[in-house]
Design a protein around this ligand. Structure first.
Ligand SMILES: [Zn+2]
Length: 432
């Protein structure tokens, strides 16, 4: 796919339409027995093609039901169908595999290993940007989104959850299988599975949206109470960005601390002590900005994190009755002391740099808002989202919309925040 940070992620020659991920999981040994079936369309004639898959034992591969040759080299799996595929042909490739999935260290995410984890009797996945390939073979780049089905089999009494809507649950011979459907396009890094001793709680928002949350069994009631900020944030962001983009939302809280939360599509993962209104709103905002409208290259990550940080701060300002001007003035003071790099021109190790990517990105948006006024600013945010919803985006697409709706001086202002080595002066608005 030619990603500027991760040239090995993703493969050309085909477009995945659907993933069917069938996982038989033994939590006591952290082992899986799995079959992932991709339905794809060839975009050129193919003698062979590649999937991204790291670790585990591959037992067999078939293409359109016929066993195929395959070889592996690091994260690249090369598959040779018996009959070459013609351009525009739709085909299925089924990979059966087993073993203990292994997380790996990722230069862009130095604070937590990537992929499938086993921790304190919970199995969970953390896949942004590259970890999906530790637990299912895929075209592992956000420019190839697809729909998903997850079928997870675990011993009775163990709770399994995945991104998407729960559409079926059955129990046979002491094993429970749950089936989850994601009918909206999803990037591979946003697929997630969680297995452990969780309680499921469901409610419906006034607009009919299903909210299903998972908290550790026998949690303090305050844990669930904290999660009430999520439907509030959904309502708040619907006013700004339009209808919530998916069929369901929820938060899953781990029974331990994590130094992050992650916006897996329709079911965000939070550490036990990361469930304050800001963090919850930040992950909710990502359902629009990041999950529905997704970067086309990982170097563009500020278009996720700068936006989600600003939207999260707008929510907490409203939630606590605070003034966004004072919040942003404090952010600016902090950054002046910390020093930043330009968020539009980062290196891979800065992917999740909170100062450069999140806070300076948010200050770019806040300065734009004060430069052009609320009407044009929020119209710009909404138009930018609408044009990329369900697909991909990048900085240039955003700047084109800023140019169309707010003019060249606004573009120059945003560019100075994104590209100047020195941080520009904040554009302040009226304080309340
Ligand atoms: Zn984020």
């Amino acid at each position: 796919m030619g990603d500027s940070f991760y040239p090995l992620l993703g493969n050309g020659g085909y477009d995945v339409l659907h993933y069917d991920i069938d996982l038989d999981v033994e939590p006591s040994t952290n082992t899986i027995d799995a079959v992932t079936t991709l339905t794809a369309v060839a975009t050129e004639d193919l003698e062979e093609f590649n999937l991204d898959f790291l670790g585990l034992e591959v037992n067999a591969v078939s293409v359109d039901g016929v066993e195929a040759e395959f070889s592996r080299d690091g994260q690249e799996m090369t598959i040779q169908p018996v009959d070459p595929l013609s351009a525009e042909a739709q085909f299925t490739v089924a990979v059966s595999y087993s073993g203990m999935p292994q997380p790996f260290d990722e230069v862009g995410v130095p604070f937590f290993p990537m992929g499938w984890h086993s921790m304190n009797e919970v199995l969970f996945t953390v896949s942004q940007p590259s970890g999906a390939m530790t637990w299912y073979p895929s075209n592992n780049h956000p420019t190839d989104k697809a729909t998903f089905t997850f079928r997870i089999t675990v011993p009775d009494g163990v709770e399994a959850a995945a991104t998407g809507l729960l559409i079926d649950e059955s129990s046979v011979d002491g094993q429970t299988t749950t089936t989850w459907q994601m009918d909206d396009p999803m990037a591979t890094y946003l697929a997630a599975v969680y297995i452990g001793d969780f309680e499921r709680h469901e409610q419906q928002m006034a607009n009919g949206l299903l909210i299903r949350d998972y908290v550790p069994r026998n949690s303090d009631p305050s844990v669930l109470e904290n999660l009430a900020a999520a439907p509030e944030a959904i309502g708040f962001f619907e006013e700004i960005l339009g209808p919530y983009p998916f069929d369901v939302y929820g938060t899953i809280v781990m029974p331990f601390a994590l130094h992050f939360a992650l916006e897996n599509q329709t079911l965000s993962i939070h550490g036990l002590y990361a469930i304050d209104p800001y963090v919850i709103a930040h992950e909710v905002a990502h359902q629009w900005i990041g999950n529905s409208a997704t970067v086309d290259d990982w170097s563009q990550i500020w278009t996720h994190e700068g936006f989600a940080h600003y939207l999260g701060l707008l929510f907490v300002a409203d939630f606590y009755g605070q003034d966004i001007e004072s919040i942003m003035a404090r952010e600016y003071r902090d950054l002046t002391l910390a020093g930043t790099s330009p968020p539009g021109d980062i290196e891979v190790h800065e992917l999740f740099d909170p100062d450069t990517v999140y806070r300076r990105g948010a200050l770019a948006l806040h300065s734009l808002r004060n430069h052009v006024g609320d009407d044009i600013f929020f119209h710009t945010l909404r138009t930018h989202y609408d044009q990329s919803a369900g697909g991909n985006t990048n900085t240039d697409l955003f700047l084109e919309i800023v140019d169309d709706l707010a003019g060249t001086s606004a573009v120059s202002l945003v560019e100075s925040w994104l590209y100047d080595p020195e941080m520009p002066g904040i554009v302040s608005g009226p304080t309340l």
